[in-house]
Design a protein around this ligand. Structure first.
Ligand code: ZN
Length: 692
């Protein structure tokens, strides 16, 4: 995929989206009309379809997504009619160069689809513990249901000419599913041994601490990918170019909730795009949403798969949502009328200073290891998920040039070369091969930061005989740090009591406890740091958003106001004197900046996206409003100084808010350069292109 886009860049020069080899990159897709609940009759004449397709194409979009009759099992009686309308819509869209994505759920049934369930009671997922079903969702490991599903989508593919599918709820109902005989048969065929003892109550009580349970969860994840692959193969046999969109790529979700427990590289291998529908309002929850998108962007870069996000976009919020997607390297699922004024979608979608998402790569100084192997060791979200996300947010908020490292990247040749610091936020499970890779990188000059119990276990969760942690020159002690010894304002954060061995320097001690808190040990050309607290949770801003997917609509600040700054300070110390990306000048939190290696006009360049989120004012418990009626506030920004590692000969600044582009002042230094952005050069968003 990537090599082909490089060839196309040479041919096309500027890489406008229409010229890119893969239309799912730099993609602007919008609702054809209606919501999931809508019927499919909104444009049911050739004239109406033609008019709609023309308007959407004129709005600058490249693709449409068809919603309505979402839970399709309820509407099978109208299928001939609906399929005919879709064929007409596809024809109209293709005449205007638009791709068409069908959005469908074909696993959950109710109302009019009860007769299907009564006819096929053994299609239903059943809880593995008690063999009862509690929902009307069919099991995709059931070959008869698979055949039913394939018959449906194959017929649609043949008769409508669709370009892509988004198939929702190819997922397990929850962590208890499934115990049906087909799931058991699949396991036994693959593993050659009986199904795990899922009916024993302790199976779920012990949860992730039980290797059998973890293997079962991974089997469930793999089953999802197997089903996507079966469906994808069948559709590609009809149209080799058809694309499968992933419904919700959840790298951090608890293994129990979405059931996406396959390792990330497996999760992404069976689909053509990764994305999520679950972020309504990126402004008020920008640390949380930016953290999620940063993870998905990294996974997409690793797998050479484009990433997208759905926001509930209105006229006033459209510009910010688009800029948020640009900053985090995501395409956006739009819900803005194609003839919207101020902004006109085409003015944003066709803005000439954009980065090509297909070839850009985050130019990170700091890598944060995101391994499925540690994630899957515990059902307790605090064990790794909160730790990782709290760190990720703190780094993005500085802003450091930080990027998650997908576990499988660790052993890719050269994948760690650009990093100056790699953080393992309680990443406990590290294989011998991963350890060797990390330590070779340290020997060559890298700085590694381990926190809490990072690197104490083998890949399978058993205690390591040769733990990575010993490379930090500290020994974990059994006796806990006396809570009474901690300063009163310290929250209840787990802290490991450690002894610093000879050759290890204690940089910070726990106040009043005379125990190491932050240590460093030189190894080869590099350094191994250790931070004794599991403090990511304290810095985590967990707020999700209001709307129909609400997980709580009020603002929850980080548990400990100082934790974010503390993690940023530790990161700066561990980076040391190494040149790294930094932004100076803005006092308050909220200027997001992400830097990529990219190409422009055939020249290698770096693209730095700047997004002004400094206008957010929330206090604990404040209801987060949906930004439907007003754009995010943008307090004026002062002059900014950007420090970039390496040389910069030329820096150009552009923003959709001002005509043209301007050259920025550049100062060369020792192994680093400074670029100055004048005060109020932009209100919300701008991009800097630098050339060496
Ligand atoms: Zn099943």
């Amino acid at each position: 995929m990537i090599r082909w886009s490089v060839v196309m860049m040479v041919v096309c020069g500027l890489v406008p989206p229409a010229c890119a080899a893969d239309w799912t990159y730099n993609m602007a897709f919008t609702q054809w009309a209606g919501s999931n609940d809508a019927d499919r009759y909104y444009t049911n004449t050739p004239e109406a379809a033609e008019e709609r397709a023309a308007a959407i194409a004129a709005g600058g979009y490249g693709a449409v997504i068809l919603s309505g009759y979402h839970f399709r099992l309820n509407w099978l009686s109208r299928d001939d009619d609906v399929r005919e309308i879709v064929r007409m819509i596809v024809d109209a869209c293709h005449r205007h160069g638009l791709k068409v994505i069908e959005h469908i759920d074909l696993t959950i049934g109710y109302y009019d689809s009860y007769p299907i369930a009564w006819e096929h009671p053994d299609w239903l997922m059943v809880h593995a513990g008690d063999m009862l079903t509690r929902h009307r969702i069919f099991c995709f490991n059931n070959p008869e249901f698979q055949r039913f599903y394939l018959d449906y989508v194959e017929r649609w593919q043949r008769e409508t000419g669709l370009d892509a599918w988004q198939m929702d709820e190819i997922s397990w109902l929850n962590r208890g599913y499934c115990g049906c005989r087909w799931c058991r048969a699949k396991w036994e065929a693959e593993k050659g041994r009986p199904y795990p003892a899922v009916e024993v109550p302790s199976f779920f009580d012990v949860g992730m601490a039980d290797p059998d349970y973890r293997e079962w969860m991974q089997f469930r994840g793999k089953s999802i990918e197997d089903f996507y692959r079966i469906v994808g193969d069948a559709l590609r046999a009809i149209n080799p170019d058809v694309k499968l969109f992933d419904y919700t790529t959840a790298l951090q979700s608890s293994p129990g909730s979405w059931g996406r427990t396959a390792p990330y590289e497996v999760q992404v291998s069976s689909v053509d795009t990764i994305g999520t529908e679950l972020n309504q309002v990126p402004f008020q929850s920008y640390p949380y949403v930016a953290g999620l998108l940063a993870q998905r962007r990294a996974l997409g870069e690793f797998a050479e798969t484009p990433a997208w996000a759905k926001f509930d976009i209105t006229g006033p919020s459209a510009y910010f949502c688009w800029a948020f997607g640009r900053t985090l390297g995501h395409s956006i699922w739009w819900s803005l009328a194609p003839d919207n004024e101020n902004p006109r979608p085409q003015d944003l979608l066709e803005w000439p200073w954009q980065m090509d998402d297909a070839t850009a790569r985050v130019a990170a100084d700091v890598g944060l290891l995101l391994p499925g192997s540690t994630r899957d060791l515990s059902s307790d979200g605090d064990y790794f998920d909160a730790e990782f996300q709290g760190w990720m947010q703190a780094l993005l908020l500085e802003p450091f040039a930080a990027r998650p490292i997908i576990e499988a990247e660790l052993t890719q040749t050269g994948a760690l070369d650009g990093y100056r610091l790699i953080v393992l936020p309680n990443t406990t499970a590290i294989s011998a091969e991963q350890k060797a890779t990390l330590m070779a990188w340290v020997e060559a000059g890298g700085h590694l930061l381990l926190t809490y119990e990072a690197g104490t276990l083998d890949h399978d969760g058993s205690p390591s005989a040769d733990p990575l942690l010993t490379e930090a020159g500290v020994t974990l002690l059994d006796e806990p740090v006396e809570a009474s010894a901690l300063p009163a304002q310290w929250p209840d954060a787990p802290i490991r009591s450690v002894r610093a061995e000879e050759g290890t320097r204690v940089v910070e001690s726990i106040p009043g406890a005379d125990a190491p808190l932050l240590t460093v040990r030189p190894v080869g050309e590099g350094e191994v740091w250790y931070f004794a607290a599991r403090a990511g949770k304290l810095a985590l801003e967990p707020s999700q958003l209001p709307g129909q997917y609400a997980r709580g609509g009020s603002y929850t600040p980080p548990l400990f106001p100082g934790a974010t700054e503390a993690l940023q300070t530790i990161t700066a110390e561990a980076l040391g004197e190494q040149p790294h990306f930094a932004v100076e000048g803005v006092e308050q939190q909220g200027l997001l900046a992400w830097i990529y290696r990219a190409e422009r006009d055939g020249r290698p360049a770096r693209a730095i996206h700047l997004l002004n989120c400094t206008g957010r004012e929330l206090e604990a418990g404040d209801t987060i409003a949906f930004d439907a009626d007003s754009p995010p506030p943008t307090p004026p920004l002062p002059e900014l100084t950007l420090r970039l590692p390496g040389d910069v000969a030329e820096a150009i600044f552009a923003t959709p808010e001002r005509e043209g582009a301007r050259l920025l002042a550049v100062t060369a230094g020792e192994g680093a350069s400074e670029v100055t952005v004048p005060a109020e050069a932009f209100d919300t968003y701008g991009v800097i292109w630098t050339y060496e």
